[in-house]
Design a protein around this ligand. Structure first.
Ligand SMILES: [Zn+2]
Length: 534
């Protein structure tokens, strides 16, 4: 019987997922007629752009974010329907149409970094999509038309790599030494246009630059005097970059300017690769803008700095879209926009924007002490497990040698966490798999995240707005709305503008775009096409 029930437990989530997919008999967006198809699809992911930013700063937004929000088919409250709301799993879901449990990308720590694929001209950690499973929208487009070209750019390795999946196309990100780079997974040398961009030393030219608010003071509701920001150092405007060029090129990653550099780099690449210039062919440009995440982590989602960052990325994006349209032609560009996750304020910051008055910090060290004690008592080396996305087993051998079920130890951890204030649910993954994934949001989001029977045996979900004890900066990573709710926007010819009230998930974006472009996904998806016309 144990065999049967554990097999059932493994099968159950898959069965539910398949049912959920086929049950999604929504009206599909009609494909654009071949003559009406765009020559360029631009997929923009703004890292940490929670839904509420587009509403909160409403009147101050006048650029690209405002245009997409107001002229696109807009789901203000789209969502990531998975549990660990982080960059890597978020980006891996944007263009694959699949949940992390199916892309193989469940967290940043188990993301793209590998010594097997060193970078070109940068000593940062190597990176590749070696963990990514399956295909993405780019693969489907290239399968339909092998002439399709793609470029993906980001400040972060994972933001550039994961939207594209495994394809060896033009994929670049910003190195901490101030150059755009790629890894040996993709190529052995940087192409001429990337070398030319780097040779301009644009990031280094920001040395000594001062960041002041874009608009007059009365346009910001936020006070600029909270010492919870930036660890209590340099938490009020103006913020100054180092005066030495190399220091500035590194520190610029935490300022709005990195978004303007990323977009300038994307435009150079668009030009060099001739994206969007061939009638009858649709190319793909993936842009991941990460300054919002960096500024959000450093100053928090209630800060004047994040307000100013959103205004700046709004303006940068507006100029970028203007230039793309001028280059490719009006009515030839389709834009999709979303975010990889949202954010929650520090629990100590009683926020005017977030209902976090009950927010608590949870200290998991006691649960780990209990688990280690149980392991020692059973004769299992405690180094066989690690605190990584939950109770992760690194090595089964010491368990097997002593005939110990890792889930029995994980249960000790779970039972120690359950009574703690601030813990919503602590559970073995195999027990979550028995939950009703239609009505139990917690169980469903974990089942969309991690495979039962994988390395992670048990997980803990905090109450909304909860933080783990040692975290000193604003962050994200929980399955609640503040971390998982993001805008989902489609903009361009053939797409009816207007706010949409229905449900939309980020995994629905790739199938929606595939349907619009008339290309066929190459595998079963978790998402379904959203209606883009009235
Ligand atoms: Zn982040």
């Amino acid at each position: 019987m144990p065999l049967r029930s554990s097999r059932l437990a493994r099968l159950l989530p898959a069965v539910l997922l398949v049912t959920a997919c086929s049950a999604g008999a929504q009206p599909r967006p009609a494909a654009l007629a071949p003559g009406d198809r765009p020559t360029l699809l631009v997929f923009v992911t703004v890292d940490q752009l929670g839904s509420d930013y587009l509403e909160r700063y409403g009147g101050n937004l006048t650029g690209g974010l405002a245009r997409l929000r107001d002229e696109g088919a807009t789901w203000m409250r789209g969502r990531h329907d998975h549990a660990i709301a982080e960059t890597a799993p978020g980006h891996a879901s944007t263009m694959s149409g699949r949940f992390p449990v199916h892309t193989g990308i469940a967290s940043n720590s188990q993301g793209v970094n590998t010594t097997a694929s060193p970078l070109i001209g940068s000593d940062d950690l190597g990176a590749s999509p070696f963990r990514f499973l399956g295909t993405t929208l780019y693969d489907w487009m290239a399968s339909a038309d092998p002439r399709t070209r793609a470029l993906s750019v980001s400040r972060k390795d994972r933001g550039a790599i994961l939207p594209i999946g495994r394809a060896k196309v033009d994929v670049y990100w910003y190195g901490s030494n101030g150059v755009f780079t790629t890894s040996r997974y993709y190529r052995d040398t940087l192409p001429g246009w990337v070398r030319a961009f780097n040779a301009q030393r644009a990031p280094q030219s920001f040395a000594g630059r001062v960041w002041t608010p874009l608009l007059p003071d009365d346009r910001y509701a936020e006070p600029d005097s909270n010492a919870l920001e930036a660890g209590g150092r340099d938490y009020t405007f103006p913020h100054r970059l180092p005066t030495d060029p190399d220091g500035a090129a590194s520190a610029i990653r935490d300022t709005p300017w990195i978004d303007s550099l990323t977009l300038a780099f994307a435009l150079d690449g668009t030009r060099a690769l001739g994206l969007g210039t061939v009638p009858g062919r649709t190319d793909l440009l993936a842009v991941s803008l990460s300054a919002t995440d960096a500024v959000g982590h450093k100053y928090g989602p209630d800060s004047k700095e994040i307000h100013d960052q959103i205004l700046r990325v709004d303006r940068y994006l507006g100029a970028f879209l203007d230039e793309l349209e001028a280059r490719v032609g009006r009515g030839r560009v389709i834009v999709a926009l979303t975010a990889d996750h949202g954010v929650a304020p520090l629990p100590e910051w009683r926020s005017p924007y977030y209902a976090n008055h009950d927010a608590q910090r949870v200290d998991t060290r006691g649960a780990w002490r209990a688990a280690y004690a149980a392991m020692r008592a059973a004769g299992v080396d405690t180094s066989a497990v690690v605190d990584d996305d939950g109770f992760r087993v690194l090595d089964l051998t010491p368990f097997e040698r002593r005939g110990v079920d890792p889930d029995a130890i994980a249960s000790v951890w779970v039972n120690a966490l359950r009574p703690l204030n601030g813990v919503l649910r602590a559970a073995l993954l195999r027990d979550l798999a028995r939950g009703d994934t239609i009505t139990d949001d917690v169980a469903r989001r974990w089942m969309h995240m991690l495979p039962v029977g994988g390395d992670v045996r048990a997980v803990v979900t905090l109450e909304p707005f909860g933080y783990f004890q040692p975290v000193t900066y604003a962050t994200h990573g929980q399955l609640h709305d503040h971390d998982t709710q993001v805008p989902i926007i489609f903009w361009g010819p053939g797409i009816a503008r207007g706010r949409r009230a229905g449900e939309a998930r980020v995994v629905d974006m790739a199938p929606t775009l595939a349907a619009l472009l008339g290309v066929r996904p190459l595998e079963a998806l978790d998402g379904h096409a959203l209606p883009l016309r009235p």
